[in-house]
Design a protein around this ligand. Sequence first.
Ligand code: PFF
Length: 507
Amino acid sequence: MSAPRQNWQSKLGFILAASGSAIGLGNIVFFSSNAYQYGGGAFYVPYFVALFVLGMPIMMVEFGIGTLTQKSFPMALSRLAGRRGEFVGWWSIGSALFITMYYIAILGWALGMMIGAFGSLFEPGVSAPFAPFAEPTPEPNATVYFFNLISTWNPLVYIIIIWLVNLFILRQGTHTIEKAVRIFVPLMWLFMVILAIRGLTLPGGFDGVMYLFTPAMDGIKEPTVWKGAFSQMFFSLSLGLGTMTAYASYLPKDADQVNNSMLVSFLNCSFEFLAGLAIFSLLFVFALNPAGTTLSLSFFVIPQGINELSAVPWIVRLFGFLFYLLVVLAGITSSISLIEAPASALIDKFRISRRRALALIAIPCVVGSCLFALPQIIDPGLSGDGTLGLTLLDITDHWVFNYSLLTVGFLEVLMIGWVFGAGKLRAALNENAHIKLGGWFEVLIRYLLPVILLVVIVTSLMQEWPLYGSTYDMPGYGWLTIFIPVFWLAFTLLFALYITRAKTKEA
Ligand code: PFF
């Protein structure tokens, strides 16, 4: 039987949980690697435009509809915009399931590296069953260590551990989530401050900061930089997957969501810059180049930098351990929100118990996460990603990360702007807000954001040929490049259709 709707015990609990959701792999890993890839300071202008024009207003929408309806994302959209709205909501929940599966797989690898910090991660002589890495290395080499790790079955155990921790934290909803974030969130800030101080006090560390902070205007002309900044902002602020609405639905109706959105965005972006300081200083001091996929930064380049931090082995190990512990903690406070979004949606729609909702999600998704850790080597020359799991992850991430969040954002502003009415949402938000939203908010939601998002989505789609991953050298597995996007789309659309048509159990 279903329990009455729960609530956060305090506003602080909500802010910690929402900012914990926002701060995650996106801030520590993806921001630095995107900022580097798109030219350091050149990333700024698109980044800030994305924050103020896109990120904060959409967060106000997602928080706002949660408190207004006291429902999770699909049911909130259903109430405000009818069946079409509900369909959009479930489609986003379908994508949230995909992201959860691979997000947790990455956290499993991070846990493996954390353990490795006290094993052979920082020792010479590692080798991996890959052609380029088959020989034992004369120096410690994180890249080889990582490939060695993912070509074994061990990460499956780590992934299951991360899943169990998530389910444990989610077992009593807000009550247990709040307990966990009260410990995890302050700890991750503390660890990040330690890492940033260490990076900045290295001789030469400041050059990296200069690279990151010297604005360059040339990026403005590049559409890919804009797309990069927009997707990054959506992902980083946990938008477009129903998480923020689920969390906000547990707040009392008179919560000031304008203020909350500004606060959570501010906390998220501050953390992101702190991470940028720590990582860029390390990169510059040791002349490391984070080229390649976003994951290579966290699994190859940063540990390589940490390895050079000190001649004293235990200090290196401690910093390595601290860095991956930070990634795991920040990741778990995000993954719980990724699981809470579908859980609360199922509870709202079918009135099932939390335990049942969590089981319905976890059973297929644990299997999915494990698929991303399959150790079979399908690309021994590493022109792509090496193992079957990593290749699956890379291609899935490309499609889901780049398209689902922005598309949900586009559809949700259409639903709220045109079907429900941007004016009504503005009035509801303003009722409890200290800083009132002006008429610009309606213009933004109705006209500007749909146009901007559509342009970004269409221009990115136009650059999608050849298909992502088709240049990899993986004999026998080339079909994956088509299969993955088709499977993701077919699954999420059918899932959304099926659940939208199912009968809603009234409270
Ligand atoms: N914001 C998280 C990060 O930066 O790692 C990832 C995330 C969590 C995205 C929850 C979306 C979401 F709904």
